[in-house]
Design a protein around this ligand. Structure first.
Ligand SMILES: Cc1cc2nc3c(=O)[nH]c(=O)nc-3n(C[C@H](O)[C@H](O)[C@H](O)COP(=O)(O)OP(=O)(O)OC[C@H]3O[C@@H](n4cnc5c(N)ncnc54)[C@H](O)[C@@H]3O)c2cc1C
Length: 599
């Protein structure tokens, strides 16, 4: 397997790998990683689809990419997906998946939608019970905060192994608007991995200009189950791939010698019965190791959700533990699954029925809610909330069957243990109604209206507790995550958020698709480049632009010797065009693909 970029490889079709007709694929986990692996097996490895089986524990496919519920008991979204143009593997996949909405691919649908209805926000924050924070274009990092970020980007990954963010940056950094925007957008805690923060800053350096107002982001039309999972499932089923649901894979046993490591038996439980499959080298096994939504539990309007940190047989953590016990190169699941107090947070889906609440929402969004178009344009963060709560209204209806008079709001809080401002209880102990009260308070609803508007005739709130939601952000070293195909393995791959690949960052749909693609290309010898992670960190234009934004537009004082070197030449012109140095006279805007402003 190798990486590539550019059109030549992007548009090329790989030749059919030798011997592929004799091979079979067993894919454990019907989330995005597993379904993507199946799609790349069909399209690029050209494996006969009848030879491919997806083994999924749940009755429903899509894993974390959910969208469920109904208009009576409330709609259910554990999360919503911020996406961007440079999810290279994801768009490589979805260019081939027919849309269920338009005459074209899912990529076409997404591209047209986001061209016609681009995302941006009018209020990134609020404070003081509904006071609008607008968009602060200044990141307010100060020289110290900028130095922290620069040091992080320059650090060698190994120097950040097992380090927390609060061990490597200053207190000043945590006071910046940059950190407030960044942590709430990506769900970082101060005790999370410094290495992961580094990877994120590098990976999304090209989005820094569109960070404050979210113009860097793109969203699907509906929830991701309907917009991403269903078309992919249809594509796979039409091709002839088998979906075997209600199947909990409980073990994969390996034969390990000094020359090779081969998966020999796969064991699952289905309908209460245990079944074993003997595997040959032609049986390729793809395992989603670890899941961010394992043990997620729903509460309701009158009940707080249960917190279940246990590892259960038949889940992804238990399976990974059994696999990892067989060889050191299979990773260290306990690094991620045994610290749930540091990895949990809670979201809630708020189904608004009352027109009066919609009016309060619209005061902040500055857009009508139920038009089918962008509403908040990304999350709105309540910067003085002890829960550090954020909420968002994506395009309505978020669900195809959602009635016109309902508005679905997604809500989450980064701090689950501190009492709220209005309800005075920690988020994790709150019922849906209590969460609603806290949210209404911060929305600016007068106190004397809150009780009535939080009742079930006005709103249904369903909280969701996710003990492992940021497990992948916990500090780690270079071997805690196994390589996609570990050293010496002949018929097995790890896929998903806990498999190791270069430069990309976790907690994204892209990461799941990338690991699925890399796994298939490696195990099947697909002779086409996997698109490399978008190389903006190696593009001086992007670096110059980011420098200008991180400095809040303040010119960089260059040492005299450097100023002389860039005087009246291309380097000086670029520095001026992207705002790093003050321009002498008129500077033409760049005619390149990388604009000096926004995305
Ligand atoms: C709240 C939230 C917000 C998010 N925000 C964003 C975002 O803004 N942008 C973005 O790009 N991404 C976002 N993501 C991340 C993205 O949704 C996930 O990374 C991705 O969907 C994970 O897919 P996966 O297939 O790797 O794993 P999962 O979705 O976890 O799938 C694993 C599957 O394996 C199954 N399984 C587990 N154990 C077994 C077993 N033993 N046998 C059989 N099956 C098993 C599970 O049932 C599950 O279906 C978010 C996710 C959440 C939850």
């Amino acid at each position: 397997m190798y990486y590539s970029n550019g059109n030549y490889e992007a548009f090329a079709r790989p030749k059919k790998p030798e011997g592929i007709d004799q091979k079979r694929a067993w894919i454990v986990g019907g989330g995005l990683a597993g379904m993507a692996a199946a799609a790349f097996l069909v399209r690029d490895a050209q494996m006969p689809p009848a030879n491919i089986t997806i083994l999924e524990a749940s009755k429903v496919d899509g894993g974390a990419l959910d969208g469920a519920g109904n208009e009576v008991t409330g709609w259910l979204l554990r999360g919503g997906r911020e996406m961007e143009s440079h999810f290279e593997c994801l768009w490589d996949l979805y260019r081939s998946v027919p849309s269920l909405e338009v005459d074209g691919s899912v990529l076409d649908e997404f591209y047209w939608l986001n061209k016609e209805d681009p995302n941006f926000s009018y209020n990134r924050t609020t404070r003081n019970a509904g006071e609008q924070g607008g968009i602060d274009p200044n990141f307010n990092l100060g020289e110290r905060g900028i130095k922290d970020l620069t040091n992080l980007v320059l650090a060698l990954p190994e120097d950040l192994y097992d380090k927390r963010i609060n061990e490597v940056v200053s207190k000043r950094f945590f006071k910046s608007t940059f950190w407030l925007y960044w942590r709430t957008m990506f769900a970082f805690e101060e005790w999370h991995s410094a290495l992961e923060l580094k990877l994120y800053v590098q990976r999304f350096i090209h989005d820094i200009a569109g960070l404050a107002d979210f113009s860097a982001l793109k969203f699907t039309r509906y929830n991701q189950y309907e917009s991403l999972v269903l078309p992919l499932k249809r594509y796979l089923q039409d091709a002839g791939v088998t979906f075997q649901n209600d199947t909990r894979v409980i073990d994969v046993r390996f034969e390990i010698s000094k020359d090779y490591k081969q998966a020999k038996t796969l064991t699952w439980i289905r309908g209460g019965q245990q079944e074993d499959v003997d595997l040959t080298r032609d049986d390729l096994v793809f395992v989603t190791n670890g899941s961010l939504v394992e043990n997620s539990r729903w509460g309701d309007h009158h009940t707080a959700p249960e917190f279940d940190p246990q590892i259960h047989e038949g889940g992804s953590w238990d399976l990974w533990r059994k696999i990892a016990a067989q060889d050191p190169s299979f990773g260290n699941p306990d690094n991620f699954c045994t610290h749930t107090e540091e990895s949990y947070w809670e979201s809630a889906t708020i189904t608004v029925k009352d027109e009066r609440i919609r009016k309060y929402i619209e005061r902040i969004t500055k857009r009508s809610t139920n038009t089918g178009h962008t509403v908040t344009g990304g999350i709105v963060t309540v910067e003085d909330s002890p829960w550090l709560l954020s909420w968002t209204v994506n395009r309505q209806g978020q669900f195809k069957n959602q009635p016109d008079n309902q508005t679905v709001v997604w809500f989450y809080g980064l701090f689950g243990d501190t009492p709220g401002t209005y309800v005075k209880k920690p988020l994790r102990e709150c019922t849906g109604q209590e969460i609603t009260k806290e949210w209404l308070y911060h929305l600016g609803v007068p106190k004397d209206e809150i009780e009535e508007l939080s009742e079930e005739q006005s709103v249904i709130t369903r909280p969701c507790m996710m003990p492992f939601i940021t497990a992948f952000f916990l500090p780690r070293n270079g071997t805690d995550r196994p390589k996609i195909v570990p050293e010496g393995v002949v018929n097995f791959a790890f896929i998903g958020q806990f498999a190791e690949t270069t430069r990309d960052c976790i907690f994204t749909t892209e990461y799941s698709v990338r690991t699925g693609m890399e796994a298939v290309y490696q195990l099947c010898n697909v002779d086409r480049g996997v698109p490399e992670v978008f190389a903006s960190i190696y593009d001086v234009r992007q670096l110059f632009k980011a420098t200008s934004y991180l400095r809040d537009g303040k010119p960089l004082p260059l040492p005299r010797v450097i100023s002389k070197m860039v005087e009246k030449n291309e380097a000086g012109l670029l520095l001026a065009q992207y705002g790093v140095i003050k321009s002498e006279g008129d500077v033409p805007p760049p005619s390149e693909a990388v604009s000096a402003k926004g995305v």
